[in-house]
Design a protein. Sequence first.
Length: 280
Amino acid sequence: MSELVIRRLLVDLKTPLPRRWNGGDAFRSAMFNALSMSFPAGEQVFIDSVRKGLARLEGPARERFEAEARGFIGQEATHRRIHQLFNEHLEKQGFVNHWEPRIHRRIRRLEKMSGQEPRAWLAVTAATEHLTAILAEHLLTHPQQLEGAEPRLRDLWLWHSSEESEHRCTAFDLYRALGGNEKWRRRLFLMVTWHFSTDLVRQTLHNLWRDGALWRLSTWRSAWATLFGTAGLVRCHWRTWRRYLDADFHPSEGDGTQAERWLAEHSDLAPPVSTPRAAA
């Protein structure tokens, strides 16, 4: 089992954010702002899912996961708090979060469909964690995605990315430990991908409209380069996305070395709060 460290991020989030904080680039700023808008509600779903799954385990199986689950919950709770602070600045700038209410509606729908069945919640969490792990790896290996970003905000995103990479296996392993069905794992992944992608597009477009940059050619040149260019997110990682649908897939096959290196080199910026001891 993984030993997940709960860290405290020492980044100034009291000073207001520049409107186009990501290198003055309207599209990249709008897209990352959209992602941040989804995180507080999304991270809470992940926390609740892992809690539900852990509660269903007993005996040695529970002991095997308990420390890792505590670390996962601690990391996600910190992400949720940091992005709440980030989002407060966006709200003051006039941006409106339309993504979060949609997440809450889907949570209510899932509650009606599956009740407290932890495997459904864990399947959704594992699927979303795969998408965020892809984004994390891309940010850590393609620094141009945050080129020119204000240093404190670049650090925030790279810290978040590194911890997402670090705990990318937790929900997936819990799902399998509870006997989760492979057909439903793949089916829910496709559903999560659809909702995540369309929500990201909708919120990014709305952010660009609020910013007054929606109809500028420079905005769409940046969008193409960011998503489909030589170092674009979709172009570089569609095979990694597709890999989740294979029967022998496991999140541990992703490359976590960049995340490990970043966390080791920035231990003063994100010092440990606690380190749950993993069960032997």
